[in-house]
Write a protein that binds this ligand. Structure first.
Ligand code: F3S
Length: 302
C-alpha cells in the first residue's frame, strides 16, 4: 500500500516560527528555574499560539499561560508576552509598553507587511477596506493599524451595501480607498468582492495580500485526493483552514477522514474499504509529531 504525505502538510512558515519560539522560551525558562535562578518571568502568549488543543495543553504543562483579552493583558504586572503569528493591533503594543512588560513579537512578516500598508495609507488620508472575516484575530489586528476610517468586508452583500453609499465617503471624487486582504482569504472570493467594489467611482488601489501558503496546501491536497482511495486530513476541529482542506479533499475523494489525532483514526474502516493508496494532509496548525504518528501508523497497519 502506498502512503502519499503532502509536502505542505502542517505548519506554515509563520506559524512554525511562532510555535518554535514559544517552545524555545519555555525551555530556557525551565533551564533558569532548574539552575535556581529567582524572579524568572512567567511566559504568556496573547491568545493561543495556534488553534490546536494538543499544542496549547502541552505548552500549559510547560508553564506557558494564555492571555485571552486586552483586559487580561492590562492586569498583567510582570511576565514576558509572546505575540503570535496573527499579529495584534497597536493598542496591545501600547499596553505592553505602558506596563513595562517585555515581549517577543512573532507576528508573521507577511501580516506585519499589511500592518505597515494600512498604517501608511490611512495616514496618507485613504479609507481602508480589509477583505476578511471581522472576527478573525488577524483581521482585528490589521484593523488596529488602520485608523478610524476602515471597513471589513467579507460577503457579497456587504460589498454591495458598501457601494450603495458609505456615510464617511460622501463625495466620491474626493476619496481614495486602499483595499487589502486577510492573508488566508480565498483568492477567487477576494477577486469577486474587489470587482464589485471597483464599480463605485472611488479612486481605489488594491493590494492582494493573500499568502500563498494556504493556496499551495489546498492545491496539493486536492491533487493527492484525486489520486488515492482514501484521504486523511489532520487538524483541530476548530481550525477553519483544516475544515476547508477536508471539504476540498472530500469533493475529490469520497473516502476522506477528518481526525484530530491518531486516536480518531479507525484503521478497520480503512482496511474494509480495500484501500491501496492513502493520502495524508494536515491544516496549518497541526504539529509535525501528530502528522508523523499518523503516517507511521498507517504504514505499519497495512
Ligand atoms: Fe504567515 Fe502565511 Fe502562515 S501569512 S502565518 S505564512 S499562512
Amino acid at each position: 500500500m502506498e502512503v502519499k504525505l503532502a509536502k505542505t502538510a502542517g505548519f506554515c512558515f509563520g506559524v512554525k516560527r511562532a510555535v518554535d519560539t514559544v517552545y524555545e522560551q519555555a525551555r530556557q525558562r525551565k533551564e533558569r528555574l532548574d539552575a535556581g535562578e529567582e524572579n524568572v518571568p512567567d511566559i504568556y502568549t496573547f491568545g493561543p499560539v495556534i488553534h490546536n488543543e494538543e499544542v496549547v495543553k502541552d505548552l500549559e504543562k510547560k508553564g506557558v499561560k494564555v492571555l485571552r483579552s486586552e483586559e487580561e493583558l492590562m492586569e498583567l504586572r510582570e511576565g514576558h508576552v509572546i505575540i503570535r503569528s496573527h499579529g495584534v493591533g497597536k493598542t496591545v503594543y501600547d499596553i505592553l509598553e505602558k506596563n513595562n512588560i517585555g515581549y517577543t513579537d512573532m507576528t508573521c512578516p507577511f501580516v506585519k507587511k499589511i500592518h505597515d500598508i494600512v498604517k501608511r495609507e490611512s495616514e496618507a488620508g485613504k479609507y481602508i477596506i480589509i477583505i476578511g472575516n471581522p472576527e478573525h484575530p488577524e483581521v482585528k489586528g490589521i484593523r488596529g493599524w488602520a485608523g478610524n476610517r476602515v471597513s471589513v468586508i467579507e460577503s457579497e452583500a456587504e460589498a454591495r451595501e458598501f457601494c450603495l453609499g458609505n456615510t464617511e465617503l460622501k463625495d466620491e471624487s474626493d476619496n481614495k480607498i486602499c483595499i487589502v486582504s486577510q492573508t488566508t482569504f480565498n483568492y477567487n472570493k477576494f477577486k469577486y468582492l474587489v470587482e464589485i467594489l471597483m464599480k463605485t467611482r472611488y479612486d481605489i488601489s488594491v493590494l492582494n495580500t493573500i499568502c500563498n501558503a494556504t493556496k499551495e496546501r489546498q492545491t496539493e491536497a486536492e491533487h493527492i485526493a484525486n489520486e488515492v482511495d482514501a484521504m486523511i486530513v489532520i487538524g483541530d476541529k476548530h481550525s477553519s483552514n483544516t475544515q476547508k482542506l477536508f471539504e476540498i479533499c472530500k469533493k475529490a475523494c469520497e473516502n476522506t477522514y477528518y481526525i484530530q489525532t491518531l486516536d480518531d483514526l479507525n484503521m478497520n474502516q480503512l482496511k474494509l474499504k480495500s484501500v491501496e493508496a492513502v493520502g495524508i494532509t494536515a491544516g496549518a496548525s497541526t504539529p509535525n509529531n501528530i502528522i508523523e504518528e499518523v503516517q507511521n501508523n498507517v504504514r505499519l497497519n497495512f
